[in-house]
Structures are given as structure tokens and as C-alpha cells.
Design a protein around this ligand. Sequence first.
Ligand SMILES: OC[C@H]1O[C@H](O[C@H]2O[C@H](CO)[C@@H](O)[C@H](O)[C@H]2O)[C@H](O)[C@@H](O)[C@@H]1O
Length: 566
Amino acid sequence: MITRSFRWAWKRFLTMGMSLSTASGQVFSTALAKTKNKYNINVRQGPDALLGQLYIDVQTAKLFPDQKTFADAVPRRTPEAILSDYQTKKRRKNFKLHTFVDKNFIFPTDRVKYVPPNGQSLREHINTLWPVLTRNTSRVRPYDSLLPLPKDYVVPGGRFREVYYWDSYFTMLGLAECDKWDLVVDMTDNFSHEIETYGRIPNGNRSYYLSRSQPPFFALMVDLLASRDGDGVYQNYLPQLKKEYQYWMEGGDALENGAAAERVARMNDGALLNRYWDDLDTPRTESYMDDIVTASEAKDRPAGEVYRDLRAGAASGWDFSSRWFDDPLQLSSIRTTSILPVDLNALLYHLEMTLAKASQLGNNLDAASYYSQRAERRKQAINLHLWNEEGGYYADFDLRQDRLRDQLTAAMVFPLYNNIAPPDRAARTAQTIRDQLLKQGGLITTTNVSGQQWDAPNGWAPLQWVAVEGLRNYGHGDLAEEIATRFLGNVQRLFNNQHKLVEKYVVEGSGLGGGGGGEYPLQDGFGWTNGVTLKLLDMYSDQMTGYADNTPASVTAPQPAAAVSV
Ligand SMILES: OC[C@H]1O[C@H](O[C@H]2O[C@H](CO)[C@@H](O)[C@H](O)[C@H]2O)[C@H](O)[C@@H](O)[C@@H]1O
């Protein structure tokens, strides 16, 4: 049942969205300027804002097969000088856009071909990849979209040449596993620096990612460090944990029942839950034309509303998935900002619990009690609003329809991962996973084949890990082992054939191996797959028969080494 006040607030929100909905650089600059005022930070403008019409013309002409290439290109002189030169020269008869662009920009060395030594085992291969994927960009060139970071970091690989927020947690699990703790510390410090500098952890360290974040895993990174260095770690990162929490909760206290603002929504019963959001409602810089085409297909919707929902989809990390769509086969029906996701809320519960713990350790008992109450209320809200009793699984809440969405997705494991589910619900969730999501090659992302990458038939390393941990938390170790060993078998099989690890895998049907779908080709590397694979190998290789790497590191794999595009 939608209350009148909620309908009113929702209409008002949509109207506000409409008034902002133009794709011009002007809007981009204004929104970033707002960010700057709010957090008093020194924000770099993205390449679309800096290059204006030239950016639009290059992307419209589809000069590069991947639109991210131009977003990552570095101007050789000031954007103003390039732009003014462009305005003059483009009128000339023999003007060639690609020649002009070639002269004026340095392009990312797109794919570093790394040829691994012959005969490596899977584990050896991952270990030799860490240095290949490690970057230091404490200084960047002027007008580069890359944001400088003070310390070293590991990138996913392929077209993903920058650090990504939620990827990094899963990468760090592997780094810790092979005793590369210095990098775990460095990466946590980089994220801490980003919170201080930008008031949030951006999607990735690019100017065009500043307007959104990604699934909030910073508290789990702090937990990981504390597992080695002890509870003092919580004190060290408490200011940044608090600041990240403020980012997610901003505006929440002032909300009336049934209203939403930026990343927070207040339910009709007064409970606060969160949603994914992006400060901008323009096409994504890195997928500029894709978004314009998608918005043009949504005939009945203002373009700005579609852009914001696409951007919020990117903030969710599940970009894209039928999970966010009204019509599972239509990306243009995306509605991310009207959905309260179960995984986001479970992660924020964990952040609240971490803040309570850190405050308690610092003897700030009032703060500890404040955060504990926040966590308790969120836990109750998740169990009240995000549980499907009939189906036996956790799901997302739809604000527009004022009801639970019925999509069955792997996000259902997060309340187990973050210890929110009562044991009987955890048992029912485990049963649903066994019946519907467990496939030959691991845990499937959703039950829909939509052509999107966060859907069937794909399985992703981070979700395998969250499921394994979540199930083990509630004593369902047998199912956890089943998921882990099937996924490891899949990874090992592709490694045996192609000598690489990839971003995502097909986990059902006859074509197990590298995944597909979505807006860019399958990427090699790959940070989070490497991290989760190492972790699972150490936990389960004794139980593996068949494919997995249960051999000592000195025993060689049969395949010849091939170049890996990282
Ligand atoms: O360029 C398209 C989108 O690519 C990113 O998303 C995907 O890769 C990320 C890095 O591995 C990963 O964190 C995300 O879950 C993937 O879907 C990027 O994060 C998006 O913002 C971007 O639009």
C-alpha cells in the first residue's frame, strides 16, 4: 500500500529529476560544484566537462570501440587550448577528427600483454600477476582523469586501469592470503585518503567516477587489517568510517515517512533504509553513447531520470542486471533509484556495527549505543521489509510499488554474510540457493538470461565468496563447500585451457568458462577473481577432485603459456 505522502514525495522527486535532465557539461559542472561546497573538497572535472563539444563529437563519431578509451586519454595541452583549436580547425575542408585527436591526446596503453612463464600452476600464476596489476600513481599528469593516490594499489586488469572500490576488498583477501599485507595496508590507506579528500570512496579513482560510490566494503577492509594487527586498527580508521557513514546517511534524519533523498529512504513505518544513487543525471562519461541510446529507447521517461538510474546501477556494482529493471529484457526500464537493495543495507548494517565496536573500544559509550541502535533498527527493517516468506529468500524493496520485488538474486546471501538473518531464515535461504542458484560452475547471479552481465548464466567471484562466508556463518558448510569447489573447478578449467583468470564465468549450461553479456568484452586479469580463488584454494583444495589446484606449487600445469591482456 502506497501512502499519499509517499506518492507525493515520489512525484516531487521525479519532477526535480526532470528539471535537471539535460546532458550538458553545464549540468555536470554544477553538480560537481555542489559536491565541492558540501564536502569542501578539491574536485577534478571529468573529461566530458573539460572538453565539452569535442568530447561529445568524439564519442558520437564512435572513434574508439570502447568509449572508456577517450575518457582515459590525457590531453597534451590545456583543454581550453585544444577546444579552441578544434573550433577553428573543424570547419576546414580536410579536417580529420581522428588525426586531431591523435595529435592532442596520449592514449592509455590499452592492453599490456603479459606473457606468463611456461608451466605455472594456478596458484603460481596468481602470485606472479600481483606485480603486473600493481600501480603507483601518487602523481598524475595535468588534466588526466586518473585521480592520484598516495600509495600502491592493485587494479582489476584489462580496460579497468584504476582501482575499484568493492573489487578491492576481494583482491585484498588474496593479497592477505599470500602475505602481501603491505599492499592491504596501502590500499586501505588509499581509500581512507579518498574519504578524507572526496567525502566518499568513489566508484574508481577517475574524475568521472567521483559522483558515485560502490558497495561499501571499507569496514570489511578494516576488519581484515584488524584480523592481523588487532583492535587498535578500529581506532585508527574511526574518523574515516564515520565520514563514510555520513555520506550514505546524509539527509536521512530530516526525512518524513515515505520520502527519499539521495542515498536514504524512510519507510512508512519510520525505518531508514538506503539505495544506490549518483549525484549526476547525465550519460556516464565512460559509456556515453550507450547511455544516450538507452535513454532514447525509454520513450515515456525523461532522459535525465534514465541516466541517473543507469549511474546508480553502476554504483551498485551490478551494472547491469535485470534485478534493477521493470522489464527483465529492457535496460531502458532500469529503476535503480526506486529500489532499496538488500546487499547495500546488509553492508551498512555491518558499517553501523563496526562503528559501534570502534566507539566502544575508544570508551565512547554514547556513540557505541547510538550506532548499535541504528544497526538494530536496520536489522529489524531488513527482516521486516526485505524477506520473502513464501519464497524463502531475501530480496529488494520497490519504493514505487511499495512492495518487495520478486527477483531471485544472489544478493540474498548478504544478510547471512553480515549476520542479520535469524537461523531459520538462513536455513530457508540455504535451501533456496541449493534449489535455484547452485549450478555446475558455481553460484549463478540471477535466474534470468537477459544479455546483461550481472544475470544468468554468469557467476562472479565476489558473490561466490559472500555466499561461502554467509553459509559458513550459519553452519551450512556443506553447501558452502559445494559452491566453492564448483567455482574453483570452473576457474581451473579455463586456466588449463587459456592460462588466465577472467572477470566473470559462465556457471551453467554446456559452455562453462569465460562469461559474457553487457556493454564491454570479457576482461582478463582479474583482481577479484585472483583474490577469491587464492582464498578458496587455501580453504578447499584438499576437498577438490578433478580440476582444482590441489597440487603443490612446484607441480606444473599442462598448458603452454599464452599472453594475458591485463
Ligand atoms: O565501463 C562500464 C562500467 O564498468 C565498471 O563496472 C564493472 O567493472 C567494475 C570493475 O571490475 C566492477 O566493480 C563492476 O562491478 C562491474 O560491473 C564500473 O564500475 C562502472 O562504473 C562502469 O560504468
